[in-house]
Ligand binder design. Structure first.
Ligand SMILES: [Fe+2]
Length: 305
C-alpha cells in the first residue's frame, strides 16, 4: 500500500459542514491557493453552484442526471468533436465571454464565437485562390475586404483565416473521406494595403450536431439546432488584437434565432448578385456570381500590451 501520510498538509480549518453556510465553508478551504485569480474563480464558482442548488431545490436524482449529462458531454469529445464548446455555445456562455472580452466600442468590427469547427489548421493559400476544392457544390462567390485600424491605416500582411460549411451544411471534419481535407478553409495574407480576396461558395445555414447530449438538451427545450449561414473569419497580426468573427448572409433563415446566439446586426451582409463577364473572368469565376465586401477594423494593442 502507498503511504500517503508523508505529503499530507493539514487543511485549513473551515468548520463542520452546514447547509446554511455551505459556500462560505468550502470557500475557506481555498485559503492556501497560491494563485489569487484561481482562488477568486473557484470561490465564485462555489458560491454560484451552491446558490443554484439552493434556488432550484435540486434533488439527488436531478444532481445525478446533471453528472451523467456532463459525463456524456466529455465522452462525446474527440479530435474532431468538441461537445463542451457546443454546450457553452448553446447556453450563450461563449458569446458572453467573447463579447465582454472584445468590446467593439462602436469603432471596431464586432466579434462573435469561434465555434467548435476550427479544429484543424487552415491551409495557406494565395490571394484570389478558391477555398472550394469540390467545385460546383454551391453558388460561386467572391469575398473581398480590407483590414485597417480605427484610423484607417491598413494592416499590411495580416493573417486572414477563413472556414465555412459546404453547400449541404457540413464542415470538412464532419465528412472525412467524402471531401478533400481542409476543404473550405484557407489562410490568406493581406497585401501591403491590407486587402484580401478569395473565391468560395455562398455558405449555407446548418444544424449544429444533434447526436450528442447537447442535441438532447435542444430537443428537451424545444429549440431548433440551426445556425444562420455564415463564413468564419479570424484576423491576426503582430501588434493588433486578434479578431474572431463571422460574416452572415442577409438572406439566411435563423438570423434572429441562431442556435448559439452568434448573430450581431453589424455582421450581416448582402451577398450581391453580380452579372459582369469581365469581372468574372478577372477573378476566375463563372458568370453570374455573388460578391461580398467585408471591411474589417481591428484594434491596435497598446505598446507592451
Ligand atoms: Fe460555423
Amino acid at each position: 500500500m502507498t503511504d500517503h501520510t508523508a505529503d499530507v498538509t493539514p487543511s485549513p480549518t473551515s468548520g463542520l459542514f452546514e447547509a446554511e453556510r455551505s459556500a462560505e465553508i468550502v470557500a475557506a478551504s481555498f485559503v492556501g491557493t497560491a494563485d489569487d485569480r484561481l482562488k477568486e474563480i473557484l470561490t465564485a464558482l462555489v458560491r454560484h453552484a451552491h446558490a443554484f442548488v439552493k434556488d432550484t431545490g435540486l434533488t439527488v436524482e436531478e444532481w445525478a442526471q446533471g453528472i451523467r449529462f456532463l459525463t456524456r458531454t466529455g465522452q462525446k469529445c474527440d479530435a474532431t468533436r468538441q461537445e463542451f464548446i457546443l454546450l457553452s455555445d448553446v447556453l450563450g456562455v461563449s458569446m458572453l465571454v467573447e463579447t465582454l472580452n472584445n468590446p467593439a466600442d462602436g469603432q471596431f468590427t464586432e466579434s462573435t464565437v469561434e465555434g467548435p469547427f476550427h479544429m484543424v489548421d487552415s491551409p495557406p493559400r494565395a490571394l484570389g485562390d478558391s477555398i472550394d476544392e469540390v467545385h460546383g457544390g454551391g453558388e460561386p462567390c467572391l469575398v473581398t475586404g480590407r483590414i485597417t485600424d480605427a484610423d484607417g491605416i491598413p494592416v499590411a500582411g495580416a493573417a486572414v483565416d477563413v472556414w465555412q460549411a459546404d453547400a449541404d451544411g457540413y464542415y470538412d471534419v464532419q465528412r472525412p473521406g467524402e471531401v478533400p481535407d481542409r476543404n473550405l478553409r484557407g489562410l490568406f495574407t493581406a497585401d501591403a494595403d491590407g486587402r484580401f480576396r478569395f473565391r468560395t461558395i455562398v455558405p449555407r445555414y446548418y444544424p449544429i450536431p444533434t447526436d450528442g447530449p447537447v442535441g438532447d438538451l435542444l430537443k428537451a427545450t424545444g429549440r431548433h439546432p440551426n445556425r444562420a449561414a455564415h463564413l468564419h473569419i479570424e484576423v491576426s497580426a503582430p501588434g493588433i488584437r486578434t479578431l474572431t468573427t463571422h460574416l452572415f448572409v442577409d438572406e439566411s433563415p435563423y438570423l434572429d434565432s441562431d442556435a448559439v446566439f452568434g448573430v450581431k446586426e453589424s455582421l450581416i451582409r448582402t451577398f450581391t448578385q453580380v452579372d459582369d463577364p469581365a469581372m468574372a473572368a478577372e477573378h476566375g469565376l463563372p458568370n453570374p456570381f455573388r460578391h461580398v465586401d467585408f471591411p474589417v477594423t481591428v484594434q491596435r494593442r497598446a505598446p507592451g500590451g
